[in-house]
Write a protein that binds this ligand. Structure first.
Ligand code: EZ4
Ligand code: CO
Length: 402
């Protein structure tokens, strides 16, 4: 079998998605997600100009060699644009291989290690009582694990919170929106939120929280300590991740489990975090972490050091990534939990898929390959629109992590 051609489809059904389609001379095709939120066209161009011409004629079964060819062969290793492009190629090739062998992808990654994939959803409230309503609503939907975010008194806009009645979507069309952040207001409020949620719903449900990169190491340590009585499943991205050593300080002060890595794109972003056991869950996921080939190596390293996976699964990761993640989650031993932020019905219509949700778990389905399609006619009705993630500032105007 040979790669005959490949195309990049960019569409914007409520938000932008970049999809790679690799065609073979035997009529089998594979899909890869290449969406990098707010930088979509950089990856699309990287694929079109630099990768696709060099893919033609290769054997799509050579996933390892093709991965190394685009990684080492580019000379400019790593970086989110490159690694997202490599991930799209890699996932499309695994899709082709599994389709050609007529098996669901998880069979090639180790088979079934569990009956279903534990997922967590988002309960986002504008304030304490609305957050409690949202937790209740998601318990009714069967979720066993819930990430709780809330508007903070005295802060106008907070990460993860939509205006009432709307679904949360981090990127907005046009130029970047700016928001103002106060760590002290946040740290004063969040323990009260979790106290209220535990008082209302008890300790049987898993609760998670995303600090979204905003705390300094010592602030994160304090947050973790304050949260200990509420037994969080994890605190996510407590601080900025560039300096891996900084997690040692957090780790030394708290038993609240730590999840990091949705913006990582290589094992070299987390090698110390893993081998020094500074974290509990790794969030680096397939679309931004170099695809299945690189994530398998990273997850196997993590397994040795008792670090489990907790893949990023927000709406900017297309159903193609969701499917790839679910197959992966099903197969590896050190799976922890999977984020599930359901896509808009229009997105599910453009990417029809075999994966399903039931009672707090998801299942990749038994279709050959990833089990995801692309309705190109419908996608073509929603052309790309420029969109950005917000830019965050402290109350004195200093640019801060969003
Ligand atoms: O901000 O996916 O845990 N989920 C998250 C997401 C990220 C977006 C960035 O594109 O932190 O909401
Ligand atoms: Co996050």
């Amino acid at each position: 079998m040979k790669i005959k051609d490949a195309e990049v489809v960019v569409c914007s059904p409520t938000r932008n998605f970049v999809t790679l389609i690799i065609h073979t001379d035997e009529g089998i095709y594979g899909l890869g997600d290449a969406t990098l939120n707010g930088r979509e066209l950089a990856v699309a161009e990287y694929l079109k100009e630099h990768c696709i011409p060099a893919l033609i004629g290769r054997n799509p079964f050579d996933t390892e060699d093709i991965w190394q060819y685009f990684y080492k062969g580019a000379y400019w290793k790593r970086g989110p644009v490159t690694m997202t492009a490599i991930a799209a190629i890699d996932v499309a090739l695994w899709d082709i291989k599994a389709k050609a062998l007529s098996v669901p992808l998880y069979q090639l990654l180790g088979g079934k290690s569990r009956d279903g994939v534990l997922v967590y959803c988002h309960a986002n409230g504008t304030g304490l009582s609305h957050s409690i309503e949202e937790v209740h609503r998601h318990i009714e939907l069967g979720y066993k694990a819930i990430r709780v975010q809330s508007g903070i008194p005295g802060i106008e806009k907070t990460y993860g919170v939509a205006s009432k009645g709307k679904k949360y979507e981090p990127a907005t069309r046009g130029l970047p929106q700016e928001s103002v952040w106060s760590t002290s207001k946040y740290l004063n409020f969040i323990p009260k939120l979790f106290e209220a949620v535990r008082n209302k719903f008890g300790f049987d449900i898993h609760l998670l929280h995303d600090c979204h990169h905003r705390l300094t190491p010592v602030e994160a340590a304090r947050f973790g300590k304050d949260a200990e009585p509420y037994r969080l499943f994890w605190m996510e991205d407590p601080g900025s991740e560039e300096l891996q050593e900084s997690f040692r300080l957090i780790r030394n002060h708290t038993t609240t489990p730590i999840a990091v890595g949705e913006i990582f794109n290589s094992v070299f972003d987390c090698n110390k975090l893993i081998t020094e056991q500074l974290i509990d869950y790794l969030r680096m996921t397939i679309v931004h972490g170099g695809g299945i080939t690189h994530l398998l190596k990273t997850a196997h390293l993590a397994e040795i050091y008792n670090v489990r996976t907790g893949f990023h699964g927000a709406t900017d990761l297309s159903p193609v990534t969701m499917a790839a993640a679910l197959h992966f989650d099903m197969a590896i031993h050190n799976f922890g939990i999977q984020e599930h932020m359901p896509h808009e019905p229009l997105v599910d219509e453009i990417f029809p898929h075999a994966y399903t949700y039931k009672d707090g778990f998801m299942y990749p389905g038994e279709a050959a390959g990833l089990g995801v399609g692309l309705n190109r006619q419908l996608a073509a009705k929603y052309p790309y629109q420029r969109a950005y993630l917000p830019v965050n500032r402290l109350e004195d105007g200093t640019v801060w992590n969003w």
